[in-house]
Design a protein around this ligand. Structure first.
Ligand code: ADP
Length: 397
């Protein structure tokens, strides 16, 4: 039996999940956060629902990895470092180079470094994590699992912007998409639920978390997706703007004395827009829904959120010339019965009928449309860490 760690290394955090494979049993999961700050924190979940938390200074990722391994030994989750045979790292930007999950040898590590301009905040943090684990667990196979890889099958007409083609040739300016690991996984689970081969289905997967993206999946492959060069574009999200006219941005930089330049504008578009910016209430869909009945801006935020999902679904149906199934996943997609219901109501013209009872249940993959609904609508729980562990296991063979 092998133990495989799925790692998501951010600029000041390290999220982890330890699996026993091939049983796919979760042995431990948790988070080391505020790395580099005075008040770092550790959360470790293990056993039958036990949780250990601690506040302590964690000066860098190397220290975080040491701490994680010490805790796994201390809580008897492992007896020896050698038990961990593989580590899978979630990596945001794989550019055109990484079309699938890949063993991180020296060449791959250099490539991830070269791709930093495509994800200036994320790829450097991933590299710090990769290098810290290489030092600590040199015997383990390190694998990169890329958010962009699944979308590498998109046809050129769906990834080239209507911009001078030389910008693509010279500067890699194109649509890369994101959340690929989640879209890939939920599409496979949806095909299982529908009892049909994925390759025979036209699906639209809606990953609606704090970040949100939709993907059109045809012939089992990503055909088009709503995120673009970066995860800032597409539908309405928690705080990221989604699509916006670029001319408006230069106009606003001139008008708003609080925004000095484009980099400050991008920061505002990442942190102050969408649910939070429209509603002025919260970036959390639960708060916005609760405020909506008595707050015009909160109601408007919900309406725009739903409208943009419906808009992209319509676009993808036209592009694929049909759709067999629509999938809701991630924080909002899995948990928000009202959001799923509002989207389905606006899609009634497709012959979609909500199964009100199924849509009100929680906690398992299920159809939320009625059996006679012309297009099947599903709630599928995503599990990016499991995909990472499976990819490590496959490459270890
Ligand atoms: P990410 O991984 O992108 O940070 P998640 O997929 O965990 O995000 O989703 C987080 C979001 O899910 C939160 O912003 C919250 O608004 C939303 N969410 C979680 N539970 C519910 C719920 N019951 N109803 C509506 N929204 C929810």
């Amino acid at each position: 039996m092998k133990k495989i760690l799925a790692i998501n290394s951010g600029s000041s955090s390290l999220k982890f999940k330890l699996f026993e494979m091939p049983a796919e049993k979760v042995l431990a999961a948790g988070l080391i956060e505020r790395i580099g700050f005075k008040d770092g924190g550790v959360t470790l979940k293990y056993g039958a629902g036990q949780v250990y938390t601690e506040t302590r200074k964690v000066s860098d990722h190397r220290v975080a990895v040491d701490l994680l391994m010490d805790l796994l030994i201390e809580f008897k989750i492992i007896e020896d470092y050698g038990e961990i045979t593989g580590i899978g790292h979630r990596i945001v930007a794989g550019g055109e180079y990484f079309k699938e999950s890949t063993i991180i040898d020296d060449e791959a590590e250099a490539k991830i470094e070269q791709l930093i301009p495509l994800a200036p905040l994320h790829n450097p943090a991933h590299l710090v994590g990769i290098r810290a684990f290489k030092k600590k667990l040199p015997q383990a196979l390190e694998v990169g699992v890329f958010d962009t890889a699944f979308h590498q099958t998109m046809p050129e007409e769906n990834f080239i912007y209507s911009l001078p083609y030389e910008w693509y040739q010279k500067y890699n300016a194109r649509r890369y998409g994101a959340h690929g690991t989640s879209h890939r996984y939920v599409a496979q689970e949806a095909a299982k639920l529908m009892g049909k081969p994925l390759a025979d289905l036209k699906l639209i997967t809606c990953h609606l978390g704090a970040g949100a993206s939709l993907t059109a999946i045809k012939d089992g492959k990503s055909f088009d997706t709503s995120m673009g060069f970066t995860p800032l574009s597409g539908v309405t999200m928690a705080t990221r703007s989604g699509d916006v006219d670029p001319s408006l941005l230069s106009y606003l930089i001139e008008k708003d004395p609080e925004i000095a330049d484009m980099s400050e504008m991008i920061d505002r578009l990442n942190h102050d827009a969408s649910l939070l910016g429209i509603s002025g209430v919260s970036s959390d869909m639960r708060d916005v829904l609760a405020a909506a009945p008595s707050n015009h801006r909160a109601q408007l935020a919900v309406d725009i959120f739903v409208k943009n999902i419906v808009k992209y679904i319509g676009q993808y149906i036209a592009e694929m010339q049909g759709v067999d199934g629509i999938v809701f996943t991630a924080g909002i997609g899995e948990n928000s019965q009202p959001v799923r219901s509002l989207v389905m109501k606006r899609l009634a013209y497709l012959g979609i009928k909500e199964d009100v009872v199924a849509n009100a249940t929680f906690g398992k993959n299920t159809f939320v449309s009625t059996p006679d609904s012309k297009v099947k609508v599903m709630r599928i729980m995503t599990d990016e860490e499991l995909v990472i562990a499976r990819d490590v296991q496959a490459l270890a063979r």
